[in-house]
Design a protein around this ligand. Structure first.
Ligand code: ITT
Length: 199
């Protein structure tokens, strides 16, 4: 049996492989890049869960195999939850992590430390070719630094300091990040569901 990882984000793919292999799923994990002809999926949902399901269903239908998808983002308290589902294109161009992070820091320049609460959110969706679907969510609470620090991870990792940590997500090892992250939590919760529905 195959499980398609319905994402083109290389940072996510690396983390998903580590998380799912660590859970001992025993199913072959296939990146969406194996199916280059599947057109880009329009993320028209208004929640992480809706968008994750859209991506999982599109790949399951196109490939005839079960697919998991991740929709995720950074939700900033003082911005009412933004960038949220718009995290990947906050500065305009989809996937320009550097520009997104810089714009966000500029928007928060006058916000003091005690008001810099934020969390990462992740919806992990599973879809089968017959239309069966499941979705679970995970969060990582923290605060936002003023200056990016660390070289690990991707996206907004250099500015998110998890609760109880002195380092940013970009200073954690991959295993340390996966152990506490929104993505780690969501996909570990999805594992028993995959076992039940995919085998
Ligand atoms: P796919 O849709 O192909 O999965 P994407 O990059 O477009 O890839 P999203 O729409 O879910 O994915 O956008 C997620 C964005 O949220 C991503 O670009 C990052 O900027 C941010 N993000 C998500 N998880 C993160 C993490 O663990 N660390 C840092 N930033 C993260």
């Amino acid at each position: 049996n195959r499980l398609i990882l319905a994402t083109r984000n290389t940072g996510k793919i690396a983390e998903l492989r580590a998380i799912l292999e660590g859970a001992g799923l025993g199913i072959e994990l296939i990146g969406a890049d194996t199916y280059p002809d599947v057109p880009d999926i329009k993320e028209t949902g208004v929640t992480f869960a809706e968008n994750a399901l859209l991506k999982a269903h599109a790949l399951a239908k196109a490939t005839g195999h079960p697919a998991v998808a991740d929709d995720s983002g950074l939700c900033v308290d003082v911005l009412g939850g933004a960038p949220g589902i718009f995290s990947a294109r906050w500065a305009g161009k989809h996937g320009d992590d550097q520009a997104n992070l810089e714009l966000l820091l500029a928007q928060l320049a006058d916000i003091s430390d005690e008001h810099r609460g934020a969390h990462f959110a992740c919806a992990a969706a599973l879809a089968l070719p017959d239309g069966t679907e499941r979705v679970v969510e995970g969060r990582l609470e923290g605060t936002l630094r003023h200056v990016p620090t660390g070289t690990g991870g991707f996206g907004y990792d250099p500015i998110l300091q998890p609760e109880g940590e002195t380092r940013t997500c970009a200073e954690l090892t991959p295993d340390e990040k996966n152990a506490i992250s929104h993505r780690g939590r969501a996909f570990r919760a999805l594992v028993p569901v995959v076992r039940e529905l995919v085998g």
